[in-house]
Design a protein around this ligand. Structure first.
Ligand code: ADP
Length: 176
């Protein structure tokens, strides 16, 4: 990308962050000067962790990554990117199913804001890792040690060890 300073925005729910996300972040920062991990404050999705908790978990994991930052945002990703003077949106790809959805999203973002999206393909071992599956497996007490960082594992265990009834449903989406 020549000598131009390039700031990329990596938007997502990160509920919670997984080793798959971290893999994209580690490889992404090699391509850009700055990478802002942007945690979406979606009003529609029923989230397990609050945006503040998600930002905190990510912040702990990027302390040794110069040029990588994290914050939460509300509203349109393209508006956030333009406000942050980000030239590029970074997204990760796991499968052909991802491609279909991501293609549409990238085309829309380019059409409405002229912003390019750059994709990084996941490492094979994370091809099936999604935050949704992590939440499901964690709620059933499964072993996730290869798929999420230890600090995230601790938070999940803590969240799901609450008394029955006080536990969040890991899969339910709240209707708008
Ligand atoms: P969103 O709700 O915006 O899809 P996610 O947190 O699920 O937010 O994902 C954020 C980005 O990270 C997306 O581009 C997604 O494809 C990518 N991603 C998620 N899991 C992985 C993984 N295991 N490997 C590579 N990319 C991933």
């Amino acid at each position: 990308m020549g000598n131009k300073f390039v700031r990329a925005i990596f938007p997502g729910s990160f509920d919670p962050i997984t080793n798959g996300h971290l893999d994209v972040i580690r490889r992404g920062i090699r391509l850009f000067d700055e990478l802002i991990i942007a945690v979406g404050r979606s009003p529609i999705k029923n989230q397990l962790f609050t945006p503040e908790e998600r930002v905190e978990m990510i912040a702990e994991l990027i302390t040794d990554m110069p040029g990588v930052f994290v914050e939460s945002f509300e509203g349109l990703t393209v508006e956030y990117a333009s406000q942050k003077k980000g030239q590029v949106i970074l997204r990760g790809l796991r499968s052909l199913t991802d491609v279909q959805y991501e293609f549409q999203l990238a085309m829309t973002n380019r059409a409405v804001a002229g912003i390019e999206t750059i994709f990084i393909m996941t490492s094979e071992q994370y091809g099936f890792t999604s935050s949704t599956l992590i939440r499901e497996v964690a709620s059933l007490g499964g072993d996730l040690s290869n798929l999420i960082p230890e600090s995230v594992h601790r938070r999940l265990t803590e969240r799901f060890s609450r008394p029955e009834g006080a536990r969040p449903d890991p899969t339910r989406e709240v209707l708008p």
